[in-house]
Ligand binder design. Structure first.
Ligand SMILES: [Fe+2]
Length: 476
């Protein structure tokens, strides 16, 4: 792999002649346009897990809480939003919680309860409870439901925000609810790298692929992922499968099921919409954007991001991560250039503010870019080829969670120079922050053993370590 070769060569301390030869070899590889993996998958559709699968099982008993899920509940990581659904009646809205190291001090917090209708579907009672002012770096148990319907879970709060706090994020996108989806989640759970929080890059349940956007599929999906998301926060990004805009069914409010079911702490970052927001977590500053909300100049999302990027304090949170659904750089045929207008709007800011990495989904495959930008183009100057740029992010597409639409295998040829590695396989990613200067990204395909890295990259922080680069192109 180009990147590992160049890194390894640096470590070995090459002679100048060897260095020149090495660089020539890299140029040749770059001119060939990076690596297209030799793994070839068939592009058959993935099969849904049967509705009577254990992963979809309704917890036994009357009105028992189900679809329990958590996400960050404030800007700094001291809050958690606990959500769940009761099917028959509202029931208890109380969350009882206590620190593992102080079991005698049990506290409670109250949830709000809502229901929504979608065409001929009426939801269960959806509870959302924000728990504030938790201690950092502490294991908490929590209970929802009462008496013999109570269910107990736990989570671990992140360490206090700081520049050298090690922390491990998982990455999944476009998950759905097929056998492949289950393989992806299992692989993530059993990865010895042990992700502590999952960054989800959009397209959750794929309920909209079923007749009349069957919202029962939001419920089955909620039960499927509970085994993980009840114990570690998933940070949500909206994708196109969350839009659910179907005026012919009388459903003309975009994102209705998604925004009713998945609350996020958007107000804590001054956002006016749950579709774009930010959080700090450990040494990372994570900005979530919406590919399917207005993003042109003067729109609410634009104005929010314009204010947001300058206030990121890289001395406090060195790692600036952006999540969105539709990738800005994608060399697969499917969805090719769909992110282009978004790129025209925001790439310049990503370079100016030295975003470390942009994660996206949407394309049902994996791809990693070089550090490149295409900001020089001004319509008339002809400079429309992405160039090596030390201040640019690495773009990683990880829409390979395993939904019913299957993999996309058709790639543009030849592989463009901005594309460092691409492969159409299902899998997940791990972004493992070591300290303020170094993080290790790895991609894990479902066919491999749990610890196998099918692609990997050391990222050097753009703010703290930008002169040395992890990208082969940017070495020039
Ligand atoms: Fe998508």
């Amino acid at each position: 792999m180009v990147v590992q070769k160049s890194t390894g060569m640096r470590k070995a301390g090459m002679s100048s002649a060897g260095f020149v030869l090495g660089m020539l070899l890299i140029v040749l590889e770059v001119c060939d346009g990076g690596i297209t993996s030799s793994y070839v998958r068939n592009d058959d559709l993935s099969l849904d897990m049967p509705l009577d699968s254990d992963v979809f099982q309704v917890p036994p008993g009357y009105n028992v809480p189900q679809q329990v899920h958590i996400t960050q509940g404030d800007h700094e990581g001291k809050g958690v939003i606990v959500s769940w659904v009761t099917p028959d009646e509202p029931g208890s809205s109380t969350v009882i919680y206590w620190a593992e190291n102080n079991t005698s001090l049990k506290k409670s917090a109250q949830a709000t309860v809502l229901t929504y209708k979608y065409f001929n579907y009426t939801s269960g009672y959806i509870h959302h409870c924000t728990i504030d002012n938790l201690e950092f770096d502490t294991k908490y148990y929590y209970e929802v439901g009462t008496g013999n319907t109570a269910r107990r879970f736990w989570f671990v709060t992140p360490p206090r925000v700081g520049p050298d706090v090690a922390y491990t994020f998982g990455l999944i996108g476009d998950l759905g609810q097929t056998h492949d989806s289950n393989d992806t989640l299992t692989h993530y759970e059993l990865n010895p790298a042990k992700g502590q929080t999952l960054l989800f890059v959009g397209d959750l349940s794929y309920a909209d692929d079923y007749p009349f956007h069957d919202n029962n599929r939001w419920d089955t999906w909620g039960r499927f992922i509970e085994r993980n998301v009840a114990y570690q926060p998933w940070i949500w990004t909206a994708g196109n499968h969350e839009i659910d805009f179907v005026p012919e069914l009388g459903e003309s409010k975009p994102f209705k099921p998604y925004t009713n079911r998945y609350f996020v702490p958007y107000e804590a970052s001054g956002s006016t919409s749950p579709l774009w927001y930010s959080i700090k977590r450990a040494s990372a500053y994570i900005i979530v954007l919406s590919s399917y909300s207005a993003y042109g100049k003067y729109t609410p999302q634009y104005k929010w991001l314009e204010k947001e990027l300058p206030i990121v304090n890289r001395t406090e949170t060195p790692w600036l991560i952006v999540l969105m659904h539709s990738p800005l750089y994608n060399s697969y045929v499917h969805h090719y250039m769909e992110g282009e207008s978004f790129r025209v709007m925001y790439e310049e800011w990503f370079v100016e503010y030295e975003v470390d990495v942009v994660f996206a989904g949407h394309v049902h495959a994996y791809e990693r870019s070089e550090r490149i930008s295409n900001v020089a183009y001004n319509i008339s100057n002809g400079l429309c080829t992405p160039n090596s740029d030390r201040s640019a992010p690495v773009y990683i597409t990880i829409g390979d969670g395993g939904n019913l639409e299957g993999l996309v295998t058709e790639m543009t040829e030849p592989q463009p120079s901005y594309s460092a590695f691409r492969e159409a396989s299902f899998g997940h990613g791990i972004f493992d922050i070591k300290n303020r200067t170094h993080a290790f990204f790895s991609w894990h395909r479902n066919q491999d053993g749990y610890a196998v890295e099918a692609d990997s990259l050391w990222l050097k922080n753009r703010y703290w370590n930008s002169l040395e680069d992890s990208s082969s192109l940017a070495a020039f």
